[in-house]
Design a protein around this ligand. Structure first.
Ligand SMILES: NC(=O)c1ccc[n+]([C@@H]2O[C@H](COP(=O)([O-])OP(=O)(O)OC[C@H]3O[C@@H](n4cnc5c(N)ncnc54)[C@H](OP(=O)(O)O)[C@@H]3O)[C@@H](O)[C@H]2O)c1
Length: 238
């Protein structure tokens, strides 16, 4: 890998936004992508991308809610990177286990599941991969959140467990940015996109939201650290 190459690490890269991020990043010959998923052997679309990428997409196994899996994935990534660092860590994997649940009737097991994947998973991945991010040129962590986690935006009572977990992910981002002023850490909303999670009736194609997110990431400066930004490049109210 040459010095002009940038290395990206994407969780949940086998479908939806993670897959599209991998696809669009591959359009630049300067990008190398470490594409993490729970079951790379079954990730048919991702494997097809990797097969045509001439060694620029590396598939690794990672379940972000499993501590042993996170640790094992670091070793696997280190063996791919050798002495290189990780420029962009994209904490994309996420779940909405309950759909439209409301605060007084939500199943608390769903709240726990949402926190395990949407908050604790990204927190653990960031801790485990910090030495690799520190070694890189860009030193950037992007947490993929949602405007549903914005306290300043009125979405009514629904999506309670998911929204609460994304608000917590936003606070994680702020704490990470304060804790390590030498890094750039942001939280982004990709927009409501047509994916398995977003549903077929979502207003935006996944390609539109993802190209917006990549434009935002490419335009980041160090002063943006700690911000909540959407795919259109606008600040989202906390
Ligand atoms: N789509 C939208 O409209 C929208 C809007 C705002 C924010 N977001 C956020 O964008 C991110 C991606 O969403 P999406 O629409 O692409 O969702 P999706 O189509 O449902 O894909 C979710 C991805 O996360 C992975 N994942 C879930 N739990 C995981 C775990 N424990 N370990 C590793 N990977 C795991 C899934 O892997 P498996 O295939 O193994 O399940 C899958 O690759 C999420 O954080 C979501 O909250 C989405």
């Amino acid at each position: 890998m040459s010095d002009t190459q940038r290395v990206w690490f994407i969780t949940g890269a086998n479908r939806g936004i993670g897959l599209e991020l991998t696809k669009q990043l591959l359009e630049s010959p300067f990008n190398t992508i470490i594409a993490a998923s729970r079951n790379p052997s079954q990730a048919t679309a991702l494997r097809a991308l990797s097969d045509s990428a001439k060694g620029r997409v590396h598939l690794i196994t990672l379940d972000i809610s499993n501590k042993a899996s996170v640790q094992a994935s670091v070793k696997e990534t280190e063996s791919i990177l050798k002495d290189r660092g990780l420029d962009y860590l994209i904490n994309n994997a996420g779940i909405n286990p309950a759909g439209f649940d409301n605060a007084f009737s939500m199943d608390l097991d769903n709240v726990q599941a949402a926190f395990a994947t949407n908050v604790i998973g990204p927190a653990h991945v960031a801790q485990a991969y910090l030495p690799l991010v520190e070694k890189s040129a860009a030193k950037t962590i992007v947490n993929v959140s949602s405007t549903l986690g914005s306290l300043g935006t009125d979405f009514g009572p629904h999506f309670a467990s998911y929204s609460i977990s994304k608000a917590a992910l936003n606070m994680l981002t702020v704490k990470q940015a304060y804790d390590r002023p030498d890094l750039t850490v942001v939280t982004v909303c990709p927009g409501h996109l047509k994916t398995d999670m977003g549903g077929e009736s979502a207003p935006l194609e996944v390609s539109v939201g993802v190209s917006g997110v990549l434009k935002v990431i490419h335009g980041l400066t160090h002063e943006d650290s700690g911000k909540f930004i959407n795919h259109a490049g606008e600040r989202v109210p906390w």
